[in-house]
Design a protein around this ligand. Structure first.
Ligand code: NAG
Ligand code: NAG
Ligand code: NAG
Ligand code: NAG
Ligand code: NAG
Length: 332
């Protein structure tokens, strides 16, 4: 069966919006793209996100909403969903007629892709942060200015100038967008964060492994690989003899990357000299661990830890065995 919604495709176009989440509510985002093969063939896709959770998408053929989270539909009354669904359809229609206008007034050539992305979030001080951007060929083309209620072109070229001209003339639409961004978006977001709380506040603890790779006769790369955690923010550090290694050329931490199961992974590499006499450990801090941190030692101390654990286990078995014998004696 062919998937009816293109889920991953739009993620390719908005790398900037993957920034680290900040305090406050998660961001509600709706993203859409339309590819034009030629004057008669186009393909539309769209999806919604709360934070990094995919809440739903727009059907490629019917433009109906597919609900991806069980809490999404109950979060709003049916009448609201009907309004949202018909607004999405008229938005997609209007967007396509804007593109048709641009085709006739500029020298754009097929094939090309347009995107749009709209989002809002509540900041800790109660103010709202919003954005609305139109993209063309993977680059921002126009941004909506909430206070002025007008569009600003990002690059200065023929397509952005024409689009700015047509959109800034649509004053009624722009007034509607102001209310939509500043009021409606946040109202909806509050409902979604209430109904989706269990998913949004989900916590998965990280697991970490430390291993070494030889990078030459005088270099050893210590790798700390951390995976399976949620939410995304995490702190990773290397300790040398118990002290944090400061940032520098020897230290390299990757970007936080998504796993397929909505958990994340990251790794950190420390370059050291072989047998330098120091002890090393990887330290991980994450919301799921509370105030504790995960400490994974490397090398000699690694064996020490495992041996220590073995002794402790043995001691535990001996003690509980003794207790069991003692209790049995007491009862009989
Ligand atoms: C437009 O593109 C579609 C899909 O690539 C193709 O099937 C169709 O024949 C094209 N039409 C014209 C007029 O080129
Ligand atoms: C509210 O907080 C945001 C950052 O979270 C800041 O940019 C903004 O200026 C603050 N606004 C007020 C009125 O304090
Ligand atoms: C957005 O809403 C706030 C309060 O809800 C209001 O003070 C502000 O003027 C609005 N801004 C715009 C641009 O509509
Ligand atoms: C701007 O809007 C006015 C009235 O809404 C309309 O008559 C005019 O054709 C529009 N201009 C452009 C360039 O779309
Ligand atoms: C860190 O790793 C990346 C990817 O492997 C590499 O491109 C970059 O040069 C490294 N930086 C340092 C300082 O080693």
């Amino acid at each position: 069966m062919q998937p009816r919604c293109l889920l991953l495709f739009p993620f390719l176009f908005f790398p900037g919006t993957w920034a680290e989440p900040e305090a406050g509510s998660p961001m509600l985002q709706l993203r859409h793209f339309v590819t034009f093969q030629n004057a008669t063939s186009m393909q539309v896709g769209g999806l919604g996100l709360v934070g990094d959770i995919n809440i739903g998408c727009v059907d490629r053929r019917t433009w109906d909403i597919h609900y991806h989270q069980p809490w999404l539909r109950p979060a709003l009354p049916k009448g609201d969903w009907d309004v949202i669904e018909s607004s999405i359809k008229s938005y997609l229609r209007d967007f396509n007629s804007l593109v048709q206008t641009l085709i006739t007034h500029t020298s754009m050539s097929f094939p090309f892709v347009f995107q749009s992305s709209i989002g809002c979030k509540l900041q800790p001080n109660g103010t709202t942060r919003t954005y609305l951007v139109i993209g063309y060929e993977g680059q921002d083309l126009l941004r909506f200015h909430l206070i002025k209620g007008t569009w600003d072109r990002v690059p200065d070229n023929e397509v952005s100038a024409a689009a700015e001209h047509f959109l800034n003339n649509a004053t009624t639409l722009n007034e509607l967008i102001q209310v939509l961004l500043n009021v409606t978006c946040v109202d909806i977001l509050e409902r979604f964060t209430e109904y989706g709380r269990a998913d949004l506040e989900r916590q998965e603890p990280p697991t970490a492994t430390v291993f070494a790779r030889t990078a030459g006769p005088a270099q050893l790369l210590l790798v700390c690989r951390i995976t399976g955690f949620y939410p995304r923010p995490i702190s990773v550090a290397w300790l040398r003899d118990g002290h944090e290694v400061p940032p520098g050329p020897a230290l390299n931490t990757s970007a936080v990357l998504p796993n397929a199961d909505l958990t994340y992974q990251v790794y950190s590499v420390l370059t050291v000299a072989p047998r330098d006499g120091h002890s090393y450990a990887c330290r991980v801090r994450h919301r799921s661990l509370g105030t504790r941190s995960l400490l994974v030692p490397w090398g000699k101390s690694n064996a020490g830890l495992i041996a220590g654990l073995g002794v402790a286990l043995l001691a535990a078995v001996v003690v509980s065995g003794a207790l069991w014998v003692w209790r049995r004696r007491k009862c009989h």
